[in-house]
Design a protein around this ligand. Structure first.
Ligand SMILES: *Cc1c(COP(=O)(O)O)cnc(C)c1O
Length: 234
């Protein structure tokens, strides 16, 4: 594909995603500026990802830390999101690059991030990942662990816990993802209440290409979209 063909395919895909997003927002009376579209670029090359800012997409995500480092070095002008698992030995190199880490998925990782933040005088923004679909192959805290996390979260003085992240199981009918997204929102509300002003807990990162409309109706503030943006781009 020529760069012009890639650009035109991206523009068409983005229009389709924006139209789907706006319909979902209309259905629940929310505004477009309440949602951040994170383009998950894991399936495309750096030169394709680099076309996104000129289309107005300035939040880019990667699921693997090394790929995040590589693409962020090539495209420094956007906000980078880590949406996949972070190994503790990669925490130090990731903190200065990621504007939001969606995958705070264990107590050990959160403690490591907090220590690293203390050492480097950073205040990284992190989401707690919950396995609300209860699939054994997914990472994240179990929903029952939420209350026992409160004490840990009180001790994390350098991290800003911005909210929660979760995934629904892949369903043929996206409507069936609704209970998982509603559950994530309840967990966020409950943690926010228990932690008072210690952490912002305002964000909900939920919804991907096939189910983001339902997630938006259930309160998503960040949607993570890959396939729907990049289909037809080689
Ligand atoms: C790949 C990925 C996405 C994007 O998924 P699509 O179905 O391609 O939109 C979102 N979140 C995470 C954590 C991912 O790994």
């Amino acid at each position: 594909m020529t760069p012009e063909q890639i650009r035109s395919t991206l523009r068409t895909n983005l229009d389709t995603v924006e139209n789907r997003l706006r319909s979902a927002l209309d259905r629940c009376g929310r505004r477009r500026d309440e949602i951040t579209l994170v383009a998950v670029t894991k399936t495309v090359a750096v030169d394709v990802a680099a076309l996104l800012p000129e289309l107005g997409v300035c939040d880019l995500g990667e699921s693997r830390p090394q790929e995040l480092w590589r693409k962020a070095a090539a495209i420094p002008s956007v906000r980078w999101h880590l949406v996949g698992h972070l190994q503790r030995n990669k925490a130090a190199a990731t903190l200065p690059i990621a504007s939001l880490i969606h995958s705070g998925d264990s107590e050990r990782l959160l403690r490591t991030l907090d220590e690293e933040a203390d050492r480097t005088r950073l205040s990284p923004r992190v989401l707690l990942e919950f396995n609300v679909s209860r699939e054994p192959n997914k990472s994240g805290f179990a929903p029952e662990e939420a209350d026992s996390l409160v004490e840990l979260l009180r001790q994390l003085r350098h991290l800003q816990i911005m909210g929660l992240m979760g995934m629904a199981a892949l369903e043929e009918d996206p409507e069936r993802t609704r209970p998982a997204f509603a559950h994530l929102r309840q967990l966020r509300d409950s943690l926010r209440e228990q932690l008072e002003e210690l952490h912002p807990l305002c964000e909900l990162s939920m919804g991907m290409s096939h189910d983001f409309e339902v997630a938006v109706e259930e309160g998503a503030t960040l949607v993570r979209i890959g396939t729907a943006l990049f289909e037809g781009v080689d």
